[in-house]
Design a protein around this ligand. Structure first.
Ligand SMILES: NC(=O)c1ccc[n+]([C@@H]2O[C@H](COP(=O)([O-])OP(=O)(O)OC[C@H]3O[C@@H](n4cnc5c(N)ncnc54)[C@H](O)[C@@H]3O)[C@@H](O)[C@H]2O)c1
Length: 264
């Protein structure tokens, strides 16, 4: 897909971190970008900075996501690119020692359900609403390409650490959705891929740095090469390549400096 100012894109979680870097890279390439985020102030300010539109969207809420797409389309036309970065996730060990009772406790089933909703179900919701709009848009090129969906999964989908049953499981479900969704949408010319980031220097990771610099430094040292956390711009650069390269489809691909996460 040719990336230029004729394209419109939606980036969820675009007010921060990997989504923000992706939105900036797309906007720098001329794309009209709609930022979907629950964080209003940061989203409004950033959307104004990149000449895009901000839509206050809660990815957990069907009506809110539908309304976001309606607003984005009314402003920029049908989006051809969706980069889904927003996430709502929880953590916890399956069975852990409970200091207060002196016995063991298990993670509540609700924690799994909540994370499945915020990771897997929300990814489906965003992608399916986008694909429905793309389905009736004119093809963009001789291949008949109509759109491109990029999910953000995680290295934790393959090597989840202790306490990541919910998150790793949810992201694993996203990976498992990629190929069947690419097949569902193949006759419409809509591609579906997922990026599995390792550890990237985004606000959640920078909070780790604030709390414990040594832990943060250790995260960087654990990466085979280069020995540091990923830069959000490196993620964004990969997003652009996935959008640009029409032959990239049905794929889950790690971007992680070669790291394989240890148990903890
Ligand atoms: N940073 C990493 O090291 C890393 C590693 C692997 C995977 N990931 C994945 O990358 C994605 C982005 O992570 P990040 O590190 O950039 O995080 P981030 O916290 O910087 O950004 C996430 C954004 O999502 C928004 N958001 C949260 N709940 C929302 C909701 N209900 N509706 C709409 N927006 C909501 C937040 O306001 C925020 O702007 C996530 O899917 C995360 O699981 C990140």
């Amino acid at each position: 897909m040719k990336i230029d100012n004729t394209l419109a894109a939606v980036v969820t979680g675009g007010a921060s971190g990997l989504g923000r870097a992706s939105a900036k890279a797309l906007a720098d390439a001329g794309v009209k970008v709609a930022i979907f985020d629950i964080s209003e102030e940061a989203g409004e300010t950033f959307a104004a900075e990149i000449g895009g539109v901000f839509c206050k969207v809660n990815i957990l809420d069907e009506e809110s996501v539908e309304a976001g797409f309606a607003r984005a389309r009314a402003t920029h036309g049908q989006e051809r690119v969706v980069v889904h970065c927003a996430v709502v996730a929880g953590g916890g060990k399956t069975v852990s020692f409970d200091k207060t009772t002196g016995g063991f406790k298990r993670m509540a089933t609700e924690q799994i359900a909540k994370t499945a909703e915020g990771v897997f179900t929300a990814s489906y919701r965003v992608a399916a609403i986008a694909a429905l709009g793309m389905a009736t848009a004119e093809p963009l090129n001789a291949d008949g390409e109509r759109g491109c969906i990029v999910f953000t999964s995680s290295a934790a989908s393959q090597d989840g650490q202790i306490g990541q049953v919910a998150y790793g499981g949810g992201k694993g479900a996203v990976n498992a959705m990629v190929l069947p969704m690419a097949r569902d949408l193949m006759d419409l010319g809509i591609r579906v891929n997922a990026i599995l980031p390792g550890t990237f220097a985004t606000p959640p990771m920078l909070r780790v740095k604030e709390m414990n610099e040594a832990v943060y430094e250790g995260l960087g040292r654990a990466v085979p090469f280069p020995k540091r956390l990923g830069n959000p711009d490196e993620f964004a650069s990969f997003v652009l390549e996935l959008v640009r390269n029409t032959y990239f489809n049905g794929q889950c691909i790690r971007l992680d400096g070669g790291i394989r996460m240890p148990p903890k």
